[in-house]
Write a protein that binds this ligand. Structure first.
Ligand code: NAP
Length: 279
């Protein structure tokens, strides 16, 4: 079995640089079994970081995740998220308890604020702290935090956040200018969501051209481009076994200078600061 490289969270615990997303799962009850099977297939292959959220299909993606990890909780590094509207101190605690029920477990490994919302950040952090002390979450972090949010977070809880989950792929390279170097300096991995832009990246001829050189697919090139970068975890969502296997095999591709130059011409790196994009 291909060993997935690991990356350290602040504090030292390591997690795989490739995980499994779940957005879109749980939307249709007829597909639930297949979706849980797909997550289990990923676990069988060693892709043991799973990202979900209370938002996804109103908790049903968490339930499918719970189904997938039944009997194998110890293998999994489980990530879930609180909705901003719920993220008051007590609201965060209550949301986490609902998520734990959906997931059928007594702890979430990494609990994220999904994006900035109406509640002061200090309140959400108080909720995270309470949950951590109770052993209901092991680490906490944020998502969709731009530079200004990151600085505020760092002033409230320096070095405490385990990750910032953000939109990052070849079409969305803004974070390379500031947020990614800033996170690297602090030893905080960035978790790249929508790593193949929900499939929209796959139509670009440049990806096809690079893929041909390796007998690979455009999706694998898009993932390889992310996975080669220090300080980055990628969490593609795949409900099909073939996609999961393909995504894992992306770790074997070593893009060279010519490949990277071609990709840079099609998807230029940022030359100045850009507001963080969200999906
Ligand atoms: P994505 O992973 O970029 O794309 C998912 C789509 O790509 C699915 O339709 C999947 O098809 C397809 N796919 C997967 N592997 C493929 C392959 N090898 N070849 C061709 N198609 C492939 O998009 P995403 O789901 O938006 O992002 C990934 C995860 O990030 C989410 O599931 C979620 O956990 C997280 N996320 C977080 C936020 C946030 O605000 N924090 C926002 C968006 C996403 P099948 O399912 O049919 O296999």
């Amino acid at each position: 079995m291909l060993e997935i490289p690991k990356i350290a969270l602040p504090g030292g615990e390591t997690v795989p640089i490739l995980g499994q997303g779940t957005w879109g799962m749980g939307e249709d009850a007829r597909r639930a079994g297949q979706e849980a099977d797909a997550l289990r297939h990923g676990l069988d292959l060693g892709i043991n970081l799973i990202d979900t959220a209370e938002m996804y299909a109103d908790g049903r993606a968490e339930q499918i995740t719970g189904e997938a990890i039944k009997g194998r909780r110890e293998e999994v590094f489980l990530v879930s998220k609180v909705l901003p509207g719920n993220a008051s101190h007590q609201g965060t605690v209550a949301a986490c308890e609902r998520s734990l029920k959906h997931l059928g477990t007594d702890r979430i490994d990494l609990y994220l604020l999904h994006w900035r919302g109406p509640h002061p950040l200090a309140e959400t952090l108080a909720g995270f702290e309470e949950l951590q002390q109770a052993g209901k979450i092991r680490h906490w972090g944020v998502s969709n935090f731009d530079m200004e949010d990151c600085r505020e977070l760092d002033s409230l809880a320096p070095g405490k956040a385990a990750t910032n989950q953000v939109l990052f792929n070849l079409m969305r390279r803004g974070i390379e200018y500031d947020l990614l170097p800033w996170s690297r300096e602090r030893g905080m991995p960035v978790m790249a969501y929508s790593p193949i832009e929900q499939g929209r990246l796959l139509k670009y001829p440049a990806l096809g051209k690079v893929a041909e050189r390796y007998g690979a697919t455009p999706a694998q090139v898009a993932l390889s481009w992310l996975l080669r970068q220090p300080g980055v975890i990628a969490i593609p969502k795949a409900a099909r076994a073939a996609h999961i296997e393909e995504n894992l095999a992306a770790l074997d591709i070593r893009l060279d200078r010519d490949d990277l130059a071609l990709l840079d011409r099609t998807f230029p790196p940022p030359a100045s600061a850009r507001p963080l994009e969200m999906l």
